[in-house]
Design a protein around this ligand. Structure first.
Ligand code: 9PG
Length: 663
């Protein structure tokens, strides 16, 4: 693994108080990490463990060696563990566990941040230890394979107490919070379980991969920090460390575009696309966009991404040429790790799939279900296996063709979790995390360094350093959704929750894609307030700005609104290069949520306040701690500036942009 941007490790144990808000990194290293445990299966098929206690840095037993190294950097401690097989028999590795002592009282009420598995999975604050069950425990396989790094959690790591990739723990009124998170993800999926306030168990999931005699394996590094700062700021600190470790691609320009999905869905046709290209060309001064991205609905079959169905008679090359001739970058959607029964790919290459271990006959693993995707009776979509070099070579050729031959330079890669499903892989030496990474690397190798790659439906860690943009929430939709029904169905309110919860990732791990703006007032169930709340949350995140409307439905008023939002979005994006966009309260689950963006030169603050609830809300401005200055609020729904005094009133499903101007 290369990590050239990481600061030099400090070898002597010293207090970093002078260099970071962490008061004593020595304390973190020595006292917080209490145990490292390797779980493995020996040559006789026995489940075994090998552990390092406090202050122990290596241990060897029966030819298997476990060692660890601590480095103090970025205001915390980085723990690196290595496993080497010095014996004569192969072993299989199950997991590496890191026990972290938080210092919090076991009985005090505490909260932890439960971070979601992939783009669409929800993230947020939860109470520690109150529940051992989760709504997904009884859900079907497709739901669990979508939203959990393990479809069945080991009993000691229940879903309700488990966060993916990183977590933050806070207790009562204690000023310090504890952050623990993996900052590498190229070699495994990973989780952190908080069953009681005093302990975090971080776990690198090794999927029983083989470790041959003479071989060694480095566990992805774990970052631990304790600081008297907000949960959002700690999360940004994790993202900063992970981005540096994995060479995140964070320098793509601000992205503005159009996407076919949230108006046309599967019914998109070549004619509808062409009509929009014409409108976009004519409306360029009101809607200055760079990318036109065709979404799902063009392909001849799920898996056959270079051929079109009858709705797209001209074929993909001609369509890209038309988009480019109109002055836009051409973008295209694919689900590169999925295929349906009626695809040429699945018919010709039944051996390219991840297969089930619970059935004897090499059945491919089901990773999705969608009646719109296939004419076969079997409506499942199956998971492809990038650990198979033949399929990886196919990916390289396919994306080289789409990019260099057809002319698509913006690639939306969807349903990427499919490469990480459990099952039998071609290469038993690769974990599920490594298999996903290998697939992404093959796509990047084919598409080249200049293509803008957008991940979607993607486990969060494995794509860092490969993708330029990442969807960080579930789909928006032309209706608000019920705040009572629980997350699951696509609806705009859950997308807003995720945009706020994962805002800190923007320009740390990639460019955040908050999903699309919808401005149309007809053919939608979103009210004016709801459309404005969607726009306000998207722009306050600083992330990508894509419109998904039939452009013929947008009038001059929508154009004026777009002008306002595009300017604010770009301003917040440029702030984010220096200062991360932070949730007002990352751990909160209340109806009023918000984002805050600070100008690095100290030229004021822009905040966004959202009332996601079904009843009106009133906010005390002093509670927002926006700093001294005059606050002006902007209601995008009415293009209205409101002078703010002590309180702000927010109707249900509405948002305000607040600008603090320093006099
Ligand atoms: C195209 C869409 C759009 C959208 C993506 C993704 O669980 N599901 O059945 C499910 C279906 C679609 C979906 C997410 C989940 O949306 O996020 O932007 O590209 O695919 O099919």
């Amino acid at each position: 693994m290369n990590s050239p941007t990481l600061p030099e490790p400090i070898s002597s144990i010293e207090c970093l108080a002078a260099r970071s808000p962490v008061c004593n990194a020595h304390h973190v290293a020595k006292d917080l990490l209490t145990r490292i445990e390797l779980r493995f299966i020996d040559a006789a098929g026995q489940a075994r463990t090998l552990a390092l206690g406090p202050g122990e840095f290596s241990s060897v037993r029966d030819g298997l060696a476990l060692s660890s190294r601590l480095e103090h950097a970025l205001g915390g401690t980085i723990v690196r563990a290595t496993i080497s097989n010095r014996g004569t028999d192969a072993v299989r590795l199950t997991a590496a566990l890191f026990e972290i002592s938080t210092g919090f009282a076991p009985t005090a009420p505490a909260r932890f941040f439960k971070h979601g598995y992939q783009s669409w999975s929800a993230s947020g604050g939860e109470d520690v230890g109150t529940s051992r069950t989760h709504r997904r425990d009884t859900a079907g396989f497709i739901t669990r394979v979508n939203h959990q790094s393990e479809t069945i959690r080991p009993p000691e790591f229940p879903e309700s107490q488990t966060s993916e990739l990183f977590t933050i723990v806070e207790s009562g009124n204690a000023p310090e919070r504890v952050l623990a998170g993996f900052i590498g993800a190229a070699t495994s999926l990973s989780t952190l379980t908080v069953s009681s306030p005093e302990k975090i168990v971080a776990r690198a999931i090794l999927d029983d991969v083989t470790l041959a005699p003479g071989a060694h394996r480095e566990i992805d590094p774990l970052f631990i920090a304790v600081a008297d700062e907000s949960a959002a700021r700690l999360a940004a600190r994790w993202a900063d460390a992970a981005g540096r470790w994995m060479n995140a691609r964070v320098s793509a320009p601000f992205q503005r575009g159009w996407c076919s999905w949230y108006h046309y869905f599967h019914a998109i046709t070549e004619d509808a696309l062409r009509a929009n290209i014409k409108s976009l060309e004519a409306m360029r001064s009101e809607f200055p966009l760079d990318v036109v991205q065709l979404d799902d609905g063009f392909q001849s079959a799920l898996g056959d991404w270079d051929t079109t169905n009858a709705k797209f008679p001209s074929g993909l090359k001609k369509i890209a040429a038309e988009i480019r001739a109109a002055g836009f970058k051409a973008g295209i959607w694919t689900a590169p790790f999925l295929a349906a029964r009626d695809s040429r790919l699945m018919i010709d290459h039944p051996d390219w799939f991840i297969t089930r271990t619970d059935t004897g006959d090499h059945e491919p693993v089901r990773a999705g279900h969608n009646p719109n995707w296939t004419a076969s009776d079997d409506k499942f979509a199956y998971a492809l296996d990038p650990s198979n070099p033949a399929f990886a070579a196919h990916l390289r050729h396919l994306f080289a063709k789409l990019t260099h031959d057809f002319g698509y330079s913006y690639l939306k890669l969807d349903f990427l979790y499919a490469a990480a499903v459990p099952g039998r892989r071609h290469d038993p030496n690769l974990t599920r995390g490594e298999t996903l990474r290998r697939g992404l690397d093959a796509i990047r190798a084919g598409a080249g360094d200049d293509a803008f790659i957008l991940g979607c439906g993607c486990p969060i860690g494995q794509a860092v350093g490969v993708v330029d943009g990442m969807r960080i929430g579930p789909d928006v939709s032309p209706f608000w959704g019920s705040t009572a029904s629980g997350a699951g169905d696509p609806s705009t309110v859950y997308a807003l929750d995720a945009i706020i919860a994962r805002s800190f990732m923007h320009r740390r791990l990639w460019l955040n894609d908050p999903d699309c703006l919808m401005l149309r007032a007809r053919k939608t169930r979103l009210t004016a307030d709801e459309r404005a709340a969607l726009a306000a949350t998207i722009i306050a995140s600083g992330g990508m700005l894509l419109i998904s409307d039939d452009m013929s439905l947008l009038d001059a008023e929508a154009g004026k609104l777009f002008g306002v939002v595009a300017q604010i979005a770009q301003e917040i994006d440029s702030n984010a290069e220096r200062e991360p966009v932070l949730a007002l309260d990352l751990m909160s689950t209340g109806d009023v949520r918000g984002l805050i963006s600070q100008n690095a030169e100290g030229k004021g603050t822009i905040a966004m306040l959202l009332n996601r609830g079904d009843t009106p809300a009133r906010v005390q401005t002093s509670d927002l701690k926006l700093g001294a200055g005059e606050i002006a609020a902007l209601d995008l729904a009415f293009d209205e500036k409101i002078e703010i005094f002590d309180t702000i009133d927010l109707p249900p499903h509405s948002a305000r942009i607040l600008r603090v101007s320093i006099k």
